[in-house]
Design a protein around this ligand. Structure first.
Ligand SMILES: Nc1nc2c(c(=O)[nH]1)N=C([C@H](O)[C@H](O)COP(=O)(O)OP(=O)(O)OP(=O)(O)O)CN2
Length: 149
């Protein structure tokens, strides 16, 4: 039952997206994935355990874009372009103490929140025909959290 409900929810979201962005269909999409890394320190406020203390990670960020149509070059978006935008966003995070950034003054810089901040930042920059389907951030080789439509 849970699976069926989440599938319905996904389809409804895609229909809403299609209506918002004036796309005609929602089943056949192109997908583009790029990946970048950064090194950043953080501590999780109010966390009952060692993660409350200052520590660092080599984070890996995977961004998935989707579009219904390709541009005149046959691309969702040039890899160079999306990588540059992602790099610009991550340049603020790289070699920084994430808790000190404005985005994480109130919210804890968890992997979930890091993904959401990147998702929101990128979404603001993209033209309406391209959307950020998912941002998945890896805090370590085995732990990741994603924010997605
Ligand atoms: N849902 C989340 N859980 C945790 C997050 C998070 O961002 N989202 N973050 C942490 C801490 O940052 C912690 O440093 C990472 O925890 P963990 O993966 O357990 O790291 P370890 O290096 O201690 O892993 P081991 O496999 O135990 O060596 C915690 N939870």
């Amino acid at each position: 039952m849970t699976l069926i409900l989440s599938e319905v929810e996904l389809i409804v979201k895609q229909i809403v997206f299609s209506a918002d962005k004036k796309c005609t269909g929602f089943l056949n999409m192109y997908e583009l994935v790029v990946e970048k890394t950064f090194a950043g320190a953080h501590n999780l406020r109010a966390y009952d355990g060692e993660c409350e203390r200052l520590h660092g990670h080599n984070w890996r960020v995977e961004v998935t874009l989707k579009a219904e149509k390709l541009n005149e070059l046959g691309m969702v978006m040039d890899f160079k372009d999306i990588k540059k935008r992602l790099e610009e966003i991550l340049s603020r995070f790289d070699h920084s103490y994430l808790n000190e950034l404005s985005e994480f003054k109130e919210e804890n810089p968890t992997t979930e929140n890091v993904s959401k901040v990147i998702y929101d930042n990128l979404s603001e920059q993209l033209p309406p025909e391209i959307f950020v389907a998912k941002v998945k951030t890896w805090e370590s080789e085995k732990c990741a959290a994603a924010y997605y439509i």
